[in-house]
Design a protein around this ligand. Sequence first.
Ligand SMILES: Nc1ncnc2c1ncn2[C@@H]1O[C@H](COP(=O)(O)OP(=O)(O)OP(=O)(O)O)[C@@H](O)[C@H]1O
Ligand SMILES: [Mg+2]
Length: 348
Amino acid sequence: MTTTPARPPELPARASEPVVRVSCVRHVYPDRTQVHLCGLDFVVERGQRVVMLGPNGCGKTTLLFHILGLLEPQEGEVAVFGVNPARHWNRIRERVGVLLQNVDEQIIAPTVWDDVSFSPRNYGYADAEVERMTREALERVGVAHLRDKVCHYLSGGERRKVALAGALALEPELLVLDEPFEGLDPASRADLVDLLNHLHREHGVTMVMATHDVNVVKAMADVVYVLVGGGEIVAHGSPEQIFRDPDLLRSSNIEPPVLAELFAHLETMGVALGRPLSLDDAARAIVAWGDRNARRVAPTATAASPRPKTESGELRFDFADDAADGDDEKPARPRPPRAPRAVPGDRS
Ligand SMILES: Nc1ncnc2c1ncn2[C@@H]1O[C@H](COP(=O)(O)OP(=O)(O)OP(=O)(O)O)[C@@H](O)[C@H]1O
Ligand SMILES: [Mg+2]
């Protein structure tokens, strides 16, 4: 009979120390491919959600492998919870949950239950604890129904969820996630965003993530790091700061989120509504803009009829008026005369 083990002895990391620091790391693979993760230091503070963006092959996975101690830098420094992970992984591994980009590399047991319970069993937790930890991890990720399934037969998305359940089983303080949304359907993707944000909010879990899915970044990131080819770390900032810089995005081969593109495009049309990145913020910006227009067009409008309507009953918005309003908005552009609307069947 096994017993519940104590966590590893207290580590030297002080509360004020970053959870992760990667400073100018150089790694040369055996075939001489060189990745030089230099430029800015990559720093993750306790409780932060940090997302890494960059083109294919720029070195995101290489950077994560250094954080996980799977690679040792030939130059530069890596510290996780205050220790060198390549040398002292045993001292921190129970505090770190991992989802690799290639999940097949981490699913090792024949069945889902065996796989997700592997770490708790391996750390010598009591049977009842192993049962609880495994069940809760499977439930959190929404794959409890797969517990007896043979891993080999899982679909791609199921495989990723099972691997994530394995990463969560030990209730880690730091989650390292490489392309966690790859292959997930929209509902599963939204569920995963909710789950990760819940872990962050309720349990203070720190997260480092590489993704190409720019549309989740606003919902998922406190800080964004941008890498370019070769591994240079060229920028970091809030999602708003990063997505406001089209030159930066172009140089890093990053497609801006749909909302960022839409609102940038509206700006070029003379409708400056800011750069909201979430649906909620976008809806609020549009409603506020509509209300401003309503007040301007019909100053006597009441709460019962807050916005003026056209003859056909549609709400009326005046683009040119709005664009002239506000400090950072572009000057109004004259509107071309509108061509009369064709009536179906009318060929005159
Ligand atoms: N084991 C390896 N041997 C040789 N070269 C490698 C190895 N692993 C990665 N590389 C190379 O290192 C560079 C960085 O790869 P990495 O996987 O870190 O990129 P990435 O930013 O994660 O890309 P992606 O967005 O496609 O996941 C690439 O040029 C890749 O070909
Ligand atoms: Mg990668």
